[in-house]
Design a protein around this ligand. Sequence first.
Ligand code: CP
Length: 311
Amino acid sequence: MEPRHLLTLADLAPDEIDDLLERARGLKADPATAARALYERSLLMIFEAPSLRTRLSFETAMTQLHGHAINYYTVHSPWGVGKESIEDVARTVSRYCDAVTARLYRHADLVALAEHARVPVINAMTDAGHPCQVLGDLLTLGEHLGDWRGWRMAYLGDARNNVTYSLMRAAALTRSDLAVACPADDRYAPAPEVRAEIDALTARHGGSVRVVSDPADALAGAEVVYTDSWMSYRVPENERETRLRDLASYRVREALFERAAPAAKFLHCLPASREQEVEAGVIDGPRSLVFEQAENRTHAQKALLLELLGG
Ligand code: CP
């Protein structure tokens, strides 16, 4: 049987997201229900880019399920130094491990890995998306808004970005409304092919995604305000000054929350730079759910691992 992969959030149907998040909620409330569910199963975690949350949440998830996680940085691999093809890596690791997570810069590499793997492959972040982050975010929204469907969110800042892309897919798959505010500039706006994919997804499932240049327009009535780093792992340090200047009006400021709904929450996938994309008063204030998001990565990923590995 062909393995089931999670390469983008759109690999899950809306009812599968609901089932997965219900399971995650149950696992969070009573972790003992899945103890030993992945006993003696191994997860390989491939990293081409740095990680704190993704690595620790997947490793913790496997430990709590009595499985084992192997951390593997490509810089130390024959693949990373150009001595082995992705295809051979995929075939080889399938002989050792029961599933693979991969954080790779190029989504095309993840697709190639999945095409040749005989075990489930999970996107741990590529240039096309960060589905595991957004599953944890949806769990968080369910806890704080009462439902992970039907939310109204404003995303501000650099929107040529994997988290933004996964939020755009989530808006369609959970029939929610997302307004993305970013400069009208190819460096910061969602790529045309992603816009086309989202148009097709919203036409099929519902929800809406708007891309605007005025942050106040995006914030009007938003129940959730989300931003991400302006200096993602892929961005070279010599772009910092330009980005800080170009994105300055998209910083999530305390004053901007006046435009959002009265009890609006703040989300950020982390790592964050205070006083760049968000003011400290916001991320460290009472509206912020950023550490709930980080924790919920573990619960959502446990549900995902159980689903894909049949635990
Ligand atoms: N949000 C997130 O994926 O964090 P890390 O880069 O630390 O894994």
